[in-house]
Design a protein around this ligand. Structure first.
Ligand code: ADP
Ligand code: MG
Length: 238
């Protein structure tokens, strides 16, 4: 079984290396080099045709690029980052013993919960553990759980509190950081919390930053957190 998995993984990596991110034939999720677990999770959740932002961002992200993505509300940004997150950890053969592999930052509890629900749906066939860190429970209660999580969806303030205060919470292995709704993160005054948070994270990681609008403050945040990003900007035709 292990040998079979190894072979599948090297085939997947080869397909990604050969993928042309601008290939006009990419239209559906099945046109992308994704692992079985993600592909079947998407199928079971009835996701089939890629939206514009997904078609543009996912190929670049699974090839390892940092992404600065702007697309209006409702354009499908959640899957544009969740699919690359699952794929990254799969390709790294992440297990329960590897600790935190992905961190997804959202401006509000409500949005974090929505992301978490989508993650549960499309990630149902993966073995990764995932948790929400949005406050509402005692810091101690959360602290006991987060050390065991592979993927966390969080709000900035609460996450920073854990990084500063929770003993033994280790983020040194983090592979991928997502900043969702970056414009709202900035509007809500989380700039310094996010700056401090990013300071705790390893420098060698992939970062995906998405927002509904482009603004000076978003590009300030991008400059601090992204490395040679690919710019993905989608304007739907009216
Ligand atoms: P955004 O974050 O850009 O505002 P969401 O990721 O919340 O957008 O997606 C908006 C809606 O579109 C959701 O109801 C989601 O289920 C749906 N959706 C996203 N991607 C697809 C897709 N590829 N096919 C069909 N529906 C999709
Ligand atoms: Mg969104």
């Amino acid at each position: 079984k292990r040998k079979r998995e190894q072979e599948d993984l090297s085939k997947l990596k080869e397909a990604i290396a050969n993928l042309d991110p601008k290939d006009p034939k990419i239209a559906n999720f099945t046109d992308l080099p994704l692992c079985q677990a993600t592909a079947s999770g998407l199928r079971a959740s009835h996701f089939e045709v890629l939206t514009d932002v997904q078609r543009t961002a996912i190929p670049l992200a699974i090839k390892g690029n940092d992404i600065l993505g702007a697309a209006k509300t409702g354009s499908g940004k959640t899957l544009a980052f969740l699919v690359p997150v699952l794929e990254k950890l799969y390709r790294e053969r992440w297990t329960e013993y590897d600790g935190l592999g992905a961190l997804i930052i959202s401006p509000t509890r409500e949005l974090a919960m929505q992301i978490f629900e989508v993650l549960r749906k499309i990630g149902r066939n993966h073995v990764f553990s995932a948790g929400l860190v949005i406050g509402g429970k005692s810091l101690k209660e959360e602290a006991e759980r987060i050390g065991r999580m592979n993927i966390l969806v969080c709000t900035p303030g609460r996450m920073l509190q854990h990084l500063d205060q929770t003993a033994g919470f280790d983020v040194d292995n983090l592979q991928i950081l997502v900043l969702d709704e970056a414009d709202r993160i900035m509007d809500m005054g989380f700039q310094s919390a996010v700056d401090a948070l990013v300071e705790h994270l390893p420098k060698t990681r992939q970062t995906l930053l998405f927002s509904a609008t482009q603004s000076k403050r978003v590009s300030d945040l991008a400059r601090l957190s992204l490395k040679d990003p690919e710019f993905v900007s989608v304007h739907e035709k009216e």
